[in-house]
Design a protein around this ligand. Structure first.
Ligand code: P6P
Length: 329
């Protein structure tokens, strides 16, 4: 018998019971509800983008040196607005914005106790071909004693208090991770309400998938060719080209994602602060691992907001297997 969405607790109710008023997480419910509200708005614009002429580029180049898609700009503006309206976020760092956004008066209010780092729309190259894309958020408690500055964001990922990601796919799912808890919510497109659909997620024992861009093989260094050959044994290659979608499938079905350094991307391609750290936090809370090939990414002391990092993330056994091969190469 299929259950109706009403038989699943809503995200709003879940956050109220888990976070509101708690010593560690008070106010986190406002941050997560801001993400959910922004995701509902963005999902509609993504779904109707083609019809509304909202696909394609703005003609601008972002701080990453990449062509800005209209939906990149819309998603960034949407979530910045939602966080400002939440009255619980003091500062936002974003892939699309060169410098962090500090909400005025946040220094005066003791409510603005969270900092967010986000990739508001991950997988831009898939926007105009109807392939899954997503949004990624790392959440930190602000350090009250300090006046906020851009350097306030440069903290190791292990200091995150939570992480959230959204996948706009065949359905829209929002995954919330806090200490030892990873929960998946699915959006009812009729009203934008998210309902709990998978509680207390952890990596399964099987690892049927590995995700890597085979087109980079000629550029791989440090034993990655051998490491990928070892992953191929008995597994299927699944690579969507949207990190957050590949990550989610590997979390639910079992597997590992690699985007390591190579002769072109000598520091890797993906971003430490708003891709590797948030998803690394989720992975670890679900019993997985995250590494740059030598060390736990969550221990890295950042030096620059938009710095890149080699990324191996997913099933702990497979992450460690890749690290072992790299170290013995
Ligand atoms: P490539 C999307 O642009 C992205 O940042 C990630 O979401 C994705 O995993 C990666 O780049 C894809 O990169 O080089 O395989 O196209």
């Amino acid at each position: 018998m299929t259950s109706s969405s009403s038989s699943h607790i809503t995200l709003t109710k879940f956050c109220e019971t888990q976070y509101k008023g708690s010593d560690t997480y008070d106010g986190l419910e406002a941050v997560i509800n801001a993400i959910a509200s922004g995701a509902y708005e963005l999902e509609s614009q993504i779904r109707n983008g083609n019809l509304l002429g909202m696909l394609g580029s703005t003609g601008d180049i972002n701080i990453q040196g990449e062509i800005v898609q209209q939906l990149d700009s819309i998603s960034s503006d949407t979530f910045v607005r939602k966080f400002q309206d939440s009255m619980h976020v003091a500062m936002v760092g974003c892939e699309e914005i060169e410098h962090p956004v500090l909400f005025e008066n946040s220094d005066q209010s003791d409510q603005h106790d969270y900092i967010v780092l986000m990739d508001p729309l991950d997988g831009s190259s898939n926007i105009d071909v109807a392939v899954s894309i997503g949004s990624i958020f790392g959440i930190w408690k602000r350090q009250n004693s300090k006046t906020l500055s851009p350097e306030s964001l440069l903290r190791p990922g292990a200091e995150q208090i939570g992480a959230v990601y959204v996948v706009y796919g065949s359905c829209t799912v929002l995954v919330v991770a806090t200490q030892d808890k990873v929960n998946e919510f699915t959006m009812n497109p009729a009203n934008g309400e998210f309902h709990l659909t998978s509680a207390d997620i952890s990596y399964p024992n099987k690892t049927p998938y590995y995700s890597v861009n085979d087109g980079n093989t000629a550029r791989w260094i440090n034993g990655i060719v051998q490491a990928v050959d070892e992953l191929r044994d008995g597994r299927s290659q699944r690579y969507i080209g949207s990190l957050v979608a590949d990550f989610h499938r590997n979390l639910i079905k079992g597997g590992v994602f690699l985007y390591t350094a190579d002769t072109k991307n000598t520091d890797g391609r993906l971003r430490l602060m708003y891709e590797a750290n948030p998803l690394g936090y989720v992975s670890v809370q679900a019993g997985g691992a995250v590494s740059d090939g030598m060390n736990n990414i969550l221990e890295i002391q950042p030096v620059e907001l938009h710095q890149r990092v080699p990324l191996i993330i997913g099933d702990k056994g497979l992450v460690n297997q890749v690290i072992k091969t790299i170290k013995s190469s």
